[in-house]
Design a protein around this ligand. Structure first.
Ligand code: FRU
Length: 731
């Protein structure tokens, strides 16, 4: 979880850091005109070379006040470097000082400042420009004539320096008369106004006007043309900008006599700024050079300038496209990062949801487990109550039937009835508790449907076997040896009580746990076993399984008599192989009836097994367990293969079936009612009868063939078995 959050934050930081360090450069222009427009365009193109550069432009429109304010606000916005063209030499200095003192590098360009606090200066030599123009005019006038000068903004360094260069040249040429130096402010209108005013009070002819820039030269021309339409005055200026309204085309079109290229070189400024910002070497003073433009070279220069302009527009468009593309790329990257974050958050949410539901399921399971344990405990206690209840309820009833009770006094009978009524009530209460628990404790395992059917049948009142009358039971066994029963229970009282109930009808053997019960069962091979479930050493379920898996005992019916009354307990009981399941407290009559029923069905099985046909009757087969079916099968096969052998005896059969002689004797006796020898003889006689019927041979031959040693003994046995002689024609 923490790792995931860490990855997300790394992603976010990485997406923000992928750009290189960003520089913001403030550009404070003193004016706004085509010269500055050109320069600003060059600055922009220059910045393209550095993708981390942002330019903030400000134009003061020739106002000192405005320029100071603009510089201050650029500082507040937070610039990394200031490029400034100061309106006047000294007025802007305080703002420049402030920038420099803040540690911001300052590049002064084109116009100078009185402040010493700047990092570099970039500009042309205005004095030299004034000189060049002076010399050009002198030569144009052939050393003789009158000249008028119109100066740029008072206090601005180019105006001062251009004037100085110009007047220095004129001083050396006495044939040239500088009629006046008029004051303009770099704008066309200022020159127009100044010249017009001059002409109003001066009539002398003017041969040449030097405007300190092309715009002012044009303003002067307008004024003179207005006042003196016939005058042959010539004009020259400075700047020589390309374009329709620029000085070069005016020279080409003979509007101006000459101009001087005043270099803009915005790209050079950016170069110096980048060097300063990246702590690379740079020149503290960069001198830009210009050139004189006359009618002779104006055409060529214009062509070149146009070409450069064209290239720069092309470059600009290219850059705009690249910018667009980069912006798209940027937004795509943002979208991708966002998507990744979204997916991570979604996955996180899913994981959390999964964990939450898992936790909930665990808590629910724990709660259920606890409830189940509690229920099991209460059920256990209720079950434990059943054994003592059995031992109160049952004996009480029996006591009620003894003859002494009939003769007892009223008080005794009254006490007796109180005790029996309360015993019944207690039984009912315990049953209610168990019923209530039963609803909550469902069988946990998957009992097979046959087992469930058996349990259902068990629980339906209609299937409760009707109590068999004593007479009938006794009658069934009259004269016979009593059936042998084995009672296995760890409770001494229960064993004693069961012995009392069962005595007289059955011979009862007892054992206190499964292990001892198993030993007795193997030894005596009883006709039926009644066993408790919860016992020490070996419990009733394990005991039943062992009984049913040992071939010597597998045929013995087992009734589980237990306090474990819930459905899943019964399922467990039947799954262990039990033939009956009776819960405590139990009715002695029900128990007797169940015992009797099971013994009776065993007797039916005997009849089926002795049905005359040596093959296992299908009805008998369904009543037998798998182990017993296999036993009968093997027994029949052994007899089949050796029926002619007169020496075949119990020992041989027991050895062939892997049992002891006594075990085989008891098993065969229990299953068929006959001793193995009687059974073998019966088999031989059945076979003989068939052969006689088929008239397969003489009586004597048949007698030998079925394993008799003397025909006379055969005839005797045959008569005993079938009531007729072997020679009888009705066989
Ligand atoms: C442009 C301009 C030019 C002139 C220069 C002097 O703003 O007026 O025409 O040559 O400034 O600084």
């Amino acid at each position: 979880m923490r790792n995931l959050l860490f990855i997300i934050s790394l992603l976010i930081i990485a997406s923000g850091c992928s750009k290189p360090k960003h520089y913001r450069i403030g550009i404070s222009q003193c004016s706004a005109d085509i010269w500055r427009d050109k320069q600003n365009a060059e600055l922009r193109v220059g910045a393209y070379a550095y993708e981390n550069m942002e330019l903030c432009f400000a134009a003061a429109y020739d106002s000192d006040q405005r320029q100071i304010q603009q510089i201050d606000s650029l500082l507040n916005v937070g610039i990394d470097l200031l490029i400034v063209a100061p309106n006047q030499l000294s007025t802007i200095s305080p703002a420049i000082d402030r920038a420099y003192d803040r540690g911001i590098p300052v590049i002064v360009f084109e116009r100078k400042t009185s402040s010493k606090k700047f990092t570099a200066y970039v500009g042309a030599d205005n004095y030299e420009m004034g000189r060049s123009m002076g010399e050009f005019i002198v030569s144009r006038l052939g050393g003789h004539g009158t000249v008028l000068e119109v100066m740029g903004l008072k206090g601005s360094s180019p105006a001062i320096e251009r004037h100085k260069g110009f007047s220095d040249v004129l001083r050396d040429h006495p044939g040239i008369t500088l009629k006046a130096t008029l004051q303009g402010d770099w704008s066309e209108q200022s020159a127009y106004n100044a010249v017009k005013q001059y002409l109003d009070s001066n009539n002398a002819p003017i041969d040449y006007v030097f405007g300190q820039n092309d715009r002012m030269a044009l303003g002067a021309r307008r004024a003179i043309t207005e006042r003196r339409p016939d005058a042959a005055t010539r004009y020259s200026g400075i700047d020589a900008l390309p374009g329709d309204r620029g000085g070069i085309s005016m020279v080409r079109d003979s509007i101006l006599d000459a101009s001087y290229i005043y270099p803009t070189h915005g790209e050079k400024l950016i170069e110096v700024a980048a060097a300063i910002l990246n702590a690379k070497p740079y020149d503290k003073e960069v001198k830009l050079t210009g050139a004189l433009v006359t009618a002779e070279n104006a055409g060529v220069i214009l062509l070149q300038a146009e070409e450069i302009k064209h290239q720069s527009v092309f470059l600009d468009n290219l850059h705009k496209k690249a910018d667009n593309y980069l912006a798209q790329l940027d937004s795509q990257r943002y979208a991708t990062v966002l998507l990744i974050i979204l997916i991570i958050v979604l996955v996180l949410l899913l994981v959390l949801l999964y964990l939450y539901y898992q936790q909930r399921a665990r808590i629910a399971a724990e709660r259920e487990e606890l409830t189940h344990t509690q229920l099991e405990f209460y059920t256990q206690v209720a079950h434990q109550l059943r054994t003592p209840l059995t031992l109160i309820d049952g004996p009480l009833k029996q006591l009620g039937e003894v003859p002494e009770m009939a003769g007892a006094g009223e008080q005794t009978r009254h006490i007796y009835s109180i005790v029996s009524r309360n015993a019944e009530q207690l039984t009912a209460l315990v049953n209610k508790i168990l019923e209530a628990q039963q609803g909550k404790l469902l069988p946990s395992g998957d009992a097979d449907s046959a087992t469930i059917e058996r349990i259902k049948a068990e629980m339906e009142p209609a299937t409760e076997p009707a109590a068999v009358s004593q007479d009938e039971t006794h009658h069934g066994n009259a004269g016979d040896e009593l059936p042998q029963l084995l009672v296995v229970d760890d409770n001494d009282d229960i064993r004693a009580y069961l012995s009392i109930i069962l005595q007289g009808r059955y011979n009862v053997a007892v054992a206190p746990d499964g292990e001892q019960g198993l030993a007795v069962a193997r030894e005596t091979v009883p006709d039926l076993i009644i066993s408790d479930v919860m016992m020490p050493v070996m419990d009733g379920l394990e005991f039943t399984k062992r009984i049913k898996s040992d071939i010597a005992t597998s045929h013995i019916p087992v009734i589980l008599l237990t306090a474990r009354a819930l459905s899943h307990h019964k399922v467990e009981g039947y799954e262990s192989g039990a033939d009956g399941y009776i819960t405590k407290p139990f009715s002695p009559q029900v128990l007797l009836a169940r015992v009797d029923n099971l013994l009776r069905s065993r007797r039916q099985l005997k009849d089926l097994l002795l049905g005359g046909d040596r093959r296992l009757a299908p009805e008998a087969a369904t009543m037998l367990s798998e182990a017993d079916r296999q036993f009968i099968q093997r027994f029949a096969e052994t007899l089949d293969s050796r029926h002619a052998d007169s020496t075949l005896g119990v020992e041989d059969l027991a050895a062939a079936l892997g049992m002891s002689r006594i075990q085989l004797y008891r098993k065969i006796k229990a299953m068929t009612g006959l001793s193995p020898n009687e059974y073998i003889r019966k088999e031989r006689l059945q076979r003989a009868r068939q052969l006689l019927h088929d008239k397969a041979a003489t009586v004597a031959e048949i007698a030998y063939r079925v394993g008799f040693t003397t025909p006379s003994y055969f005839t005797k046995c045959f008569k005993e078995e079938f009531g007729i002689l072997p020679t009888d024609p009705n066989i």
